[in-house]
Structure formats: structure tokens, C-alpha cells
Design a protein around this ligand. Structure first.
Ligand code: ZN
Length: 393
């Protein structure tokens, strides 16, 4: 049984036999791809537990002896379709068992119990009276499998600060050592070896919580394009700034930055997509102007640190895939989106491009130069790589 139904089920069935017929049946239920799942606690226990539970929730059937093997489970199912039937206790490890009333075609065992691993316990007497409508053996097996599969992909959670991270553990026999965490539209999934205890998995999730949360929020941000309505936030210098929009008789959108609020006034004649596009244009225009101011002044600030007397020419561009560039003529170009990032990251890009005025490529000499004026540049570089995905409007 594995984490992800639907999986291929193979049944060995007797053609022509009505499996709703009363009788005792041997069933063998294999793990998905015959993985040795049941070797590892708690899966063997889960399998055994579900076996017992399947009987308790289905009064039409009575379960007799069963045995859990590393990759399959053998059991005897008494299945009765007539009311007020009594039968004797029957599991002796031999098949077919003596049914309450001999079925028309007693099915052969689906698999012998030759690998019975433990001494046969005293068989418990199944309830002697059945009054419930028939059900098929197949539906019992299906029910059992789904109950068990459900338990094998248990949802768990780990606390990190004030946040609870919910995740789904998928166990795999093929996975030998590593625990792999993925964050996607379905949430957090953890693939783990069967042998890794839940507590260890939880510890790993907690350890990687910052990464998980970053990717979760990134996904959320990516999944929701800006609507440019009041209450929404936009990033500026690494902080979320709330947007307040109102309409007035103005020729074009006006954007003011006031007490860490974007106050946008749009022409009242605009509505719907037109209005949204106008706000976006206004906000981007504002960002570009701020970018020009800030980058010019930061370039001027860092120039002497890198041994340049005169600040180079600075241009602000709409570059989709780069934060900055340094042309052979010494002109530095910066992406206006940089002003959404925290000041420390803006400075990293400034220092990086200024260093290119001295060293062209990304050689060790280049990084030595960057590191001399900005010893913590590696951390900033990593944060900028992360920020890249969410700095978009
Ligand atoms: Zn570079």
C-alpha cells in the first residue's frame, strides 16, 4: 500500500465465482510494488490495526486470523450474506476454510500461508450472528487498502516560532537516507525513508522551516498578481507599504508616499482594467524616480570606497532578468525594481557594479575586491537571489 492511490491493483480471481457468496476467504494484500513497508514499525502495527478495524466497522464480515509479512498481509475473511447465519471458528492456516454454509464454489486460497511467521494464536470467535446486507470481498479489500494508505501518508505538523507548518509525509522503501522537502501548490510534502522516525522528520522540517516558509510565501505572492486596490501592499526598501487608492478629477494618476503609505489618486473616469493599469503605471513611475535618486546617491557614496574619484554615469532600466550591469564605457545600469529591496541589498548591487569598473569578470580577484569593501556580501547576494522572485508588480 502506498501513499498515492490510485495505484495498480492486481487481483487473482476465479472467473465465474460470485465473490458475494458466503464463505471464508483467504486474502493476500500486497504493499505497493511489494515494498517492505511492514518491516518498519509503525507500519506493521498500522496494518494490523486497520485489519482489526475493518472488521469492527463492517458487521457483514468477520475477520479471522491474519499475519503481517514485510510486504504483504495474509488474512482470513469470513463473509456472510445470509441472515442469522452461525458458523464455527475456522482459521487453521488451511484453505479453504469451512464456511458457515459451503459456498457453491469455494474459492481456492489466493496465496498460501506458508510464510506464517508466528505461532498461530487461538482464533477468536467471530460474531455468530449477521443481519446486514451483503457486501463483496472486493469492497472489503478496497476499504482496507484505502484506510491503510491513508495512515501511511499521515499529515503532521511542526511548530516554528508562531507558525505551524503542516506537511504530509510520504514514505518510500526506495528512499534510503535522505529526507526531501518540497513546497508546491499542494503544500509541504516530505519524502522520507521508511526507517526515519516521525520525530526525526519533524526535527528536519523545523530546521528547514525558514526555507519552507520563504517558499510558501513566495508561492503565495506569485500566485496572487497585484490588483492595485486599497489595502494591498507593495514592497519598498524591503518593507510592505499599504496602498490607498481614491479617485478624483485628475489628468493622470498621482502617487504620493506619505507616512509609509502609497496614496494614489486616479482619474475618476477610469474603471476596471483601465483603472488598474493606470495605477500600476503611476506606481512604477514613482518607483523609477525613487530608484534614480537612491542609486545615484548610493553610487556616489560607494565610489571612493572602491577607489573611483568620479561617479560613473547611472541609468535606470527595466531589465527583467538582471539587477544591474556595467557597460565597457563605464556606464552602470540598474533595475528600477531594486528600490523594492532592502537598502542592504541595493548597496550590494551598487558595490558589485562599481567593482566591475575595476575587474570585468567574476574572478576571485573580483570577489576579493567586493569582499574588501563589503565583508558580508555573500549573505546579501543570497538574500537578493531569494528576493528576485517576489520583487514584481
Ligand atoms: Zn557581475
Amino acid at each position: 500500500m502506498t501513499s498515492s492511490p490510485p495505484h495498480g491493483r492486481r487481483s487473482v480471481r476465479m472467473p465465474g465465482h460470485d465473490y458475494r457468496t458466503a464463505g471464508a476467504y483467504f486474502v493476500t494484500i500486497c504493499t505497493y510494488q511489494r515494498l517492505l513497508l511492514f518491516e518498519h514499525p509503525p507500519y506493521g502495527e498500522i496494518a494490523a490495526h486497520e485489519w482489526g478495524r475493518s472488521a469492527s466497522i463492517r458487521s457483514e464480515i468477520a475477520l479471522d486470523d491474519f499475519v503481517v509479512m514485510p510486504n504483504h498481509i495474509h488474512g482470513v475473511v469470513w463473509f456472510v450474506n445470509s441472515a442469522h447465519t452461525t458458523h464455527d471458528v475456522g482459521a487453521q492456516g488451511l484453505a479453504p476454510l469451512r464456511p458457515p454454509h459451503p459456498p457453491h464454489h469455494a474459492p481456492p486460497p489466493l496465496a498460501p500461508l506458508r510464510d506464517r511467521a508466528r505461532p498461530q494464536p487461538a482464533a477468536e470467535a467471530p460474531p455468530s450472528t449477521f443481519r446486514v446486507a451483503p457486501l463483496s470481498l472486493g469492497s472489503f479489500v478496497r476499504g482496507y487498502k484505502s484506510a491503510e494508505a491513508h495512515d501511511m501518508t499521515a499529515r503532521q505538523s511542526a511548530r516554528f516560532g508562531n507558525t505551524t507548518i503542516e506537511y504530509e509525509i510520504r514514505r518510500s522503501e526506495r528512499r534510503k537516507k535522505t529526507v526531501q522537502i518540497t513546497v508546491d501548490g499542494n503544500g509541504v510534502q516530505v519524502a522520507a525513508p521508511c526507517t526515519t522516525p516521525d520525530d526525526d522528520v519533524q526535527a528536519i522540517v523545523r530546521k528547514r522551516a525558514p526555507w519552507i516558509l520563504r517558499h510558501m510565501s513566495r508561492r503565495t505572492l506569485q500566485a496572487t498578481p497585484k490588483r492595485f486596490v486599497s489595502g494591498e501592499t507593495l514592497p519598498y526598501l524591503g518593507r510592505n507599504v499599504r496602498l490607498v487608492v481614491d479617485s478624483a478629477v485628475v489628468r493622470s494618476p498621482e502617487v504620493r508616499f506619505d507616512h509609509w503609505r502609497f496614496r494614489v489618486t486616479v482619474p475618476s473616469r477610469l474603471a476596471g482594467d483601465e483603472r488598474r493599469a493606470a495605477i500600476r503605471r503611476g506606481v512604477i513611475g514613482w518607483y523609477r524616480a525613487r530608484a534614480e535618486d537612491r542609486l545615484r546617491s548610493r553610487v556616489a557614496y560607494w565610489c571612493p570606497h572602491l577607489g573611483h574619484r568620479e561617479p560613473p554615469r547611472v541609468l535606470i532600466r527595466d531589465q527583467r532578468h538582471r539587477w544591474g550591469s556595467c557597460a565597457p564605457d563605464g556606464t552602470l545600469r540598474f533595475n528600477w525594481r531594486l528600490v523594492m529591496a532592502p537598502p542592504a541589498l541595493i548597496d550590494y548591487v551598487v558595490v558589485h557594479e562599481l567593482a566591475h569598473l575595476t575587474v570585468a569578470g567574476h574572478s576571485q580577484r573580483f570577489w576579493d575586491l567586493v569582499g574588501r569593501v563589503m565583508p558580508d556580501y555573500k549573505g546579501r547576494r543570497a538574500r537578493l537571489a531569494d528576493a528576485g522572485l517576489w520583487l514584481s508588480v
